[in-house]
Design a protein around this ligand. Structure first.
Ligand code: UD1
Length: 363
């Protein structure tokens, strides 16, 4: 089986590339090596890798890269959150137009199998239950509430406190930033492609991925890399809000394993019928608070620098988002293997990806 992995030089893509090669697949990588992210080909990509250096928006390059390919694993994307309005065109261009270009080329080339990197951000806030009103959807938290230390969302109907529940794949979609909107659009495009071509698509909604090669401290880094970078510099991790916000930290090798299972699920006669698109949470199923993660990481650095819970906040952050991994287990046979303590202990020492030295013209 020949797999094309887009974004193969990146944090998650490179682990998929490695895992797929380990299974004996013929793997072709595809990556733009964008100078804002990469300083040339990363050293962790083996020299004998069949790697195409091009942009997913380049239809000609994508078509050439699809030659002989059976299945595409699409990881290439502009990541992060998108902080203001000026970010919209960039996310739409790279993530939406790039995916549309890829899907069109796949249709022309007769490639009928797709695995797509999606994200938990398509849900917005996690799931919440009110004692009186059942499952509710709280609105984005107001600046005044956050500034007053009122971090928990409240019932939109009665204003009472809520209980956090696990998000399942049938939850309402509520993308709240440019990145989230572009990830949801990718899922919709993949479903359209599947219907039009009789293709099979699996979208994997990643939760908070961490592990070796995670990009070091940049505005687009996840919190685990930010804390690890701070500790290395001898600074205490700065924990926002009250540190009790929950996330599901899932190890990158588990995410790679989920991708391999999803690739297999798109085979003819497997779980995903022709013409359909499935979506699955990729999570450990064992949520932790951001404060716990900071403490665990600080402990691995000897415990001399304990996290500081600052009460600061980022408007637009969601409070809790924890997922049910049940559908991925049932549909793909996926179950995360790396436990939190073990994963964080390894992550404290793992090599991270250095930020690129962005040329002045691009900075
Ligand atoms: C992150 C990603 C998002 C991705 C998702 C799933 C970023 C910026 N966000 O969302 O793109 O789709 O995971 O993989 O890459 N925090 C601190 N201190 C800090 C930084 C953050 O306490 O210095 C807190 C935040 O307030 C938040 C939590 O940590 O409560 C998680 O933040 P972050 O890692 O940015 O992730 P998500 O918003 O969960």
């Amino acid at each position: 089986m020949r797999v094309l992995v887009t974004g193969a030089a990146g944090f998650i893509g490179s682990h998929i590339l490695e895992a797929a090669r380990g299974l004996g697949y013929e793997v072709r990588g595809f990556d733009s090596l964008t100078p804002a992210v990469h300083d040339g080909m990363p050293a962790y990509i083996p020299d004998d890798t069949d790697m195409v250096v091009a942009d997913v928006r380049d239809a000609g390059a994508v078509t050439r890269a699809l030659d002989g390919v059976d299945v595409v694993c699409h990881q290439a994307a502009l990541v992060g959150l998108g902080v203001d309005l000026s970010d919209l065109p960039g996310y739409c261009d790279v993530n939406i137009t790039g995916t549309a270009t890829l899907l069109n080329a796949m249709g022309q080339a007769g490639v009928q199998r797709l695995v797509l990197a999606s994200s938990m951000v398509v849900y917005g806030e996690g799931a919440y239950d009110c004692a009186r009103h059942g499952r509710v959807r709280p609105a984005p938290r107001a600046r005044d509430d956050l500034a007053a230390g009122q971090f928990e969302p409240r019932c939109p109907q009665c204003g009472e406190a809520l209980v956090t529940a696990t998000v399942t794949e049938d939850a309402a979609m509520d993308p709240r930033n440019a990145y989230a909107a572009s990830k949801l659009a990718q899922e919709h495009l993949a479903a359209t492609w599947a219907r039009l071509t009789g293709g099979r698509s699996v979208a994997l909604r990643y939760h908070n991925v961490y592990g070796p090669r995670m990009p070091r401290d940049t505005p687009y880094s996840g919190v685990a890399a930010i804390f690890r970078s701070a500790l290395e510099k001898g600074a205490a991790p700065q924990v926002f809000e009250d540190g009790r916000q929950q996330r599901d930290f899932v190890h990158v090798t588990d995410v790679a394993a989920a991708n391999l299972l999803a690739l297999a699920a798109t085979e003819e006669g497997s779980q995903v019928p022709a013409g359909s698109a499935h979506s699955y949470n990729v999570a450990s199923g064992h949520p932790h608070t951001v404060g716990e993660m900071a403490a665990a990481l600080a402990g691995e650095f000897g415990g001399g620098l304990m996290p500081e819970v600052t009460g600061n906040f980022r408007l637009g952050d969601v409070r809790h988002i924890v997922a049910s991994p049940a559908a991925a287990e049932q549909g793909l046979g996926f179950r995360a293997r790396v436990g939190f303590s073990e994963g964080i202990a390894e992550f404290a020492r793992a090599p991270l990806r250095e930020p690129a030295r962005v040329p002045a013209t691009l900075s």
